[in-house]
Ligand binder design. Structure first.
Ligand SMILES: NC(=O)c1ccc[n+]([C@@H]2O[C@H](COP(=O)([O-])OP(=O)(O)OC[C@H]3O[C@@H](n4cnc5c(N)ncnc54)[C@H](OP(=O)(O)O)[C@@H]3O)[C@@H](O)[C@H]2O)c1
Length: 319
């Protein structure tokens, strides 16, 4: 059974980098959307629901229609308003973004079953180019969706994007070091990355969520170029600081990551060092019909966020 096309699409993590872009693309197409996260979006949205992967009490209200559950009816016999009956809210498809923990696969798989029991038939997971089906975290969720799909129990898709162009301007981890030190820290050595735009990931996701046919496979979403530095865009030298895997792990924990998560992130850098991301593909164009965004254009559009503190303090010159 498939939910009707006018039913809303649920975007878990709909306030984040990719989720918020999916939500605005759906809105611009007039497609109803429910945004789910622990904190509301910065601009007020009537379609936001409180949702926490770690608190299953927050899951059920998503599947109850807000408009009809608040109204009761009056029976002739007792002239008393009857207790309001919750009306189910059909959901057309769900976009799943994992919580930033190594044990997030458990609630995600539980939630998929919870939603299936409430009539949802299509699930699109955001995984990562570096995470294979059956691998850690989203990899287990990927394998589960594939298995359900092979049994004909769900329509599914797994997006496996590479590293986001937006990391460098929106994550304080990179933004601050570029801004105040003119440095980017990593353990990737000379390994290259086909940085992809979160806008393009969102466009691919919207196709997967709304297309008549679900992908029923994984889509590796890569950017168009293998680039490393920002110096040209910023007009000052941005230095790549080459850390060892252990040094990077320590740095991640200083930025608030758990030790296990930092170890996993650091291992991903090591894989890049050995060429894991040294590739591009035409996934964005073949799914959306639009050329993928170039990193240079993105960097030019947000370059103000990297304006150096030295300039802010009125001190001229290079670092
Ligand atoms: N950054 C990259 O380069 C990259 C590359 C490939 C894959 N990925 C994968 O992409 C995912 C992150 O996507 P993103 O960067 O678009 O997201 P993001 O900007 O990190 O935002 C995360 C979203 O999830 C919500 N969230 C976090 N913890 C939650 C919880 N316990 N319960 C409910 N909601 C929660 C957040 O809102 P609240 O905090 O308000 O709940 C927010 O809406 C990760 O799985 C990552 O591995 C990232």
């Amino acid at each position: 059974m498939t939910s009707p096309a006018q039913s809303p699409i649920l975007v878990l993590g709909g306030t984040g980098t990719v989720g918020s872009r999916i939500v605005s693309q759906l809105a611009s197409q007039g497609i109803p959307t429910i945004i789910a996260s622990r904190n509301p979006p910065s601009s007020s949205s009537p379609s936001h629901v409180n949702f926490d992967w770690d608190d299953p009490y927050t899951w059920e209200p998503i599947f109850i229609s807000k408009s009809s559950s608040s109204e009761g009816t009056t029976t002739e016999q007792d002239q008393q308003p009857s207790r309001p009956q919750p009306t189910p809210q059909p959901i057309r498809s769900i976009y799943l973004i994992a919580p930033p923990t190594l044990t997030g696969d458990r609630p995600m798989i539980e939630f998929i079953d919870f939603a299936r029991a409430r009539g949802v038939h299509r699930f699109i997971l955001q995984s990562a180019s570096s995470v294979e089906a059956g691998g850690p975290l989203m990899g287990k969720v990927h394998a589960y969706l594939r298995e359900l799909g092979q049994r004909g129990e769900v329509e599914w898709g797994v997006l496996r994007p590479t590293w986001f162009q937006q990391n460098l301007a929106e994550q304080s981890y990179h933004k601050e070091s570029i801004r105040s030190e003119s440095k980017i820290y990593s353990a990737t050595e000379d390994g290259k990355i086909p940085w992809v735009s979160a806008d393009d990931i969102a466009s691919v996701a919207v196709r997967a969520l709304t297309g008549e046919e679900a992908p029923n496979t994984e889509w590796t979403v890569l950017g168009p170029e293998l680039l490393k530095i920002l110096s040209e865009v910023l007009g000052r030298k941005i230095v790549h600081v080459d850390l060892t895997s252990a040094e990077l792990e320590k740095r991640h924990t200083r930025f608030g990551m758990s030790e296990e998560y930092a170890r996993m992130m650091s291992a991903m850098d090591t894989a890049i060092k050995f060429g894991a991301e040294n590739r591009t593909n035409d996934m964005v164009f073949s799914v959306t019909g639009v050329a993928p965004k170039k990193f240079r254009d993105y960097a030019m559009s947000v370059k103000d966020v990297w304006e150096t503190r030295l300039q802010e303090m009125g001190i001229e010159g290079k670092t």
